[in-house]
Design a protein around this ligand. Structure first.
Ligand code: COA
Ligand code: AMP
Length: 629
């Protein structure tokens, strides 16, 4: 048997991680090169990467390219059909803006280790703010613009930012969303108060400022502001916190370090995405999600490529040809998006007719992640596009792909429904409930044998115990991904879905608990369960099953609309309930745990499994009847 480059590289990465990552670490610029690569540590997870190295992430994203004489290369392309704007920034220009804003943050007292919360739509100032934080060692906490006040308040209280930077509004195709009132309300709800809020005023909806606020442009025009240079940071210092949905209502603050992150993302750009200096990468995600952090902002800039920041939608801004136009206009070499976006395009343009109008010859790969790439969508893409279609599986916690076809290393044949093979650095194993590896083809919990590679989460912000409980305690020695799946006899990984209460709505990760907390606040709700119901466009959509309080039992007709409004206000429009069902009770185990799998099966029209531990078996039939009414 010939050993492929992939197999050889994967094996080498697991057998000798020190040598593998020492080599990869040479591709970033260190202030002090690490002498230890993978070091044991007494605290969980039991190791650290590049512990004695020092580095600056902003330097690796910007300065080093300018110092290499590539200052006039394009770094950022901003394309906004919703505001009819197009702008291009070179590396020198983006560096100048970042240095100045970093100086502005410093003038507000922000320094190493301070948190800065960023609440922005997809505009260049968001990227400037992120890179400015990295420059001075502040820890950015970007909150997705689609989240409402309550979600924002939770994150403010958990991260305790010294400064908040926000735009006055976001522009959605159908309406302008005023961010400032959402921020003001979040600050009323939160117990923590930031020192200042810097507001970037957009002409679509300028905000009224209070004494606590300072206008972005006014701040930058202050004569006291000096452009800030990069500070020397420990490789293990936190670069950012990014909140993600866990199984409870309280989001988890995933902490990413500086050095491991830069090494891993740089490696991924070369080996997975085959993108380097002078290439153009377009990740059609949002900076509020991990795909946006890694592949809109950091990885393309580490690689010296140009990144496309698109403030628009795959359809409706103005049509289903939007992505193809972007590829043609900017000569995009790699496109990254979520399968749901492709399903929306396919719905509006089933034959891919819009493609004919654009030159897509520069496209070398289309990457899909955020949810399972369903075989239908995969087949459609292979029919209409002449570029490799690459499903890649990962999560906020890992920060970069766990499984993928590696176009830069060795393009391998892909299989519909599979995210291809484990990426070098990841020892992916499928475990049964006893924690033992299962034979090829058998389903189980998808786990990663420790150590996780560089770039993966270091801890959960302010709650190391939660990090251990959520990810490390179920199967000692392994990281629990929360996904179920199997590896076939060729070594291909198939992800079948979450095994916990996390749902995936249009590529957005939401937890049942988060939405249930909003629903449960209504006085008409005695008990509820929110589950992810199957949806042809969005993969899953949240559906609430509600047991009304007795005082409300004669007013249940108004509940769906009222609960819908409540969820939109508390969580945000992305979590809009797709339905509210009034039911007589919830199926529970004798220990009081809601049987969500049973509920999901009922809602999806399948025959429900009724586990032997159920306390109230007759309720299942009653719920089926209630849903049929
Ligand atoms: N800020 C504020 N509101 C937002 C928002 C944002 N960044 N993103 C979405 N919303 C709002 C929308 O305006 C909409 O509000 P409405 O109900 O008042 O109209 C609501 O949230 C739902 O939006 P969305 O989930 O986008 O659904 P849609 O039906 O409008 O569009 C798709 C469907 C598939 C086109 C869209 O979901 C999409 O582009 N998905 C891709 C998501 C993605 O890239 N995820 C990243 C994973 S890598
Ligand atoms: P997030 O942390 O928001 O990126 O969501 C991560 C979760 O999305 C994973 O745990 C999976 O459940 C799901 N996911 C992401 N990418 C894929 C993929 N390519 N195939 C299947 N599921 C995916």
């Amino acid at each position: 048997m010939t050993v492929s480059t992939y197999q050889d590289t994967h094996r080498h990465s697991l057998l000798d991680p020190d040598a593998f990552w020492a080599e990869a670490a040479k591709d970033i610029t260190w202030i002090k090169e690490p002498t230890t690569i993978l070091e044991e540590s007494e605290s969980t997870p039991g190791y650290t990467w590049f512990a004695d190295g020092t580095v600056n992430t902003s330097f690796n994203a910007l300065d080093r390219h300018v110092q290499l004489g590539r200052g006039s290369s394009t770094a950022l392309i901003y394309d906004s059909p919703v505001t009819d704007t197009r702008e291009t920034y070179t590396y020198s220009e983006l560096l100048a803006k970042t240095e100045t804003f970093a100086g502005a943050l410093r003038s507000l007292g922000v320094g190493r280790g301070d948190r800065v919360l960023i609440y922005f739509p997809m505009i260049p100032q968001a990227i400037v703010a992120m890179l400015a934080c990295a420059r001075i060692g502040a820890v950015h906490v970007v909150v997705f613009g689609g989240f409402g006040s309550a979600e924002l308040a939770t994150r403010i209280d958990d991260a305790r930012p010294k400064v908040i930077v926000a735009a006055s509004c976001g522009v959605e195709p159908k309406r302008v969303i005023k961010y400032k009132p959402l921020l003001d309300h979040a600050l009323e709800l939160s117990t923590h108060t930031p020192r200042r809020c810097v507001i970037f005023q957009r002409p679509q909806a300028p905000a009224e400022l209070t004494d606590r606020d300072i206008d972005w442009n006014t701040l930058l025009s202050s004569p006291d502001i000096e452009p800030a240079d990069c500070v020397e940071l420990a490789s293990t210092d936190p670069l950012y916190i990014l909140y993600t949905s866990g199984t409870t209502g309280k989001p988890k603050g995933i902490v990413r370090d500086n050095g491991g992150h830069a090494v891993a993302l740089q490696w991924s750009m070369n080996n997975i995405f085959d993108i380097g200096h002078g290439d153009v990468f377009f990740a059609g995600s949002d900076i509020g999600w991990v795909v946006g952090h890694s592949y809109i902002v950091y990885a393309p800039l580490f690689a010296g490529a140009a990144t496309v920041l698109y403030e628009g939608k795959p359809v409706g801004t103005p049509d289903a040809g939007a992505f193809w136009r972007l590829i043609a206009d900017y000569k995009v070499n790699g496109l990254f998006t979520a399968p749901t976006a492709i399903r929306a395009i396919k719905r509006d343009d089933p034959n891919g007719d819009a493609i004919a109008g654009y030159d897509l010859s520069t496209l070398r790969g289309l990457y899909l992640a955020g949810e399972r790439l369903d075989p239908d969508t995969y087949q459609w893409l292979t029919r209409v596009l002449d570029a490799p279609i690459v499903d890649n599986w990962w999560q906020t916690e890992t920060g970069w792909p766990i499984a993928s076809c590696l176009l830069g290393l060795e393009p391998m044949p892909t299989k519909p429904g599979s995210a291809t093979v484990p990426v070098p650095g990841y020892d992916v194993q499928i475990l049964n409930s006893d924690g033992n590896p299962v034979p090829a083809g058998e389903e189980g919990a998808v786990c990663i044998k420790l150590p996780l590679p560089p770039g993966a989460l270091a801890t959960v912000w302010d709650d190391h115990g939660r990090f251990e409980r959520s990810y490390l305690s179920t199967y000692p020695g392994y990281y629990l991904t929360g996904d179920g799946g199997y590896i076939d006899s060729d070594g291909y990984l198939f992800i079948l879905g979450r095994t916990d209460d996390v749902m995936n709505v249009a590529g957005h990760r939401l937890s049942s608990g988060q939405i249930e907390a909003a629903v449960a606040e209504h006085p008409g709700v005695a008990e509820c369960a929110v589950i992810g119901a199957q949806d042809a466009l969005k993969g899953q959509v949240p559906r609430a099953l509600v047991v009304p309080t007795t005082v409300y039992s004669d007013r249940v007709d108004t509940l769906p609309a009222e609960l819908g409004d409540l969820v939109r206000a508390k969580v945000g429009a992305i979590a809009t309930l797709a339905g509210v069902d009034i039911i007589p009770g919830l199926p529970k185990t004798r220990s009081g745990k809601i049987l969500r799998r049973t509920l999901r099966q009922i809602v999806d029209g399948q025959t429900p499994d009724i586990p032997s531990t159920i306390e109230n078996p007759s309720i299942v039939g009653e719920i089926v009847k209630a849903l049929r009414r």
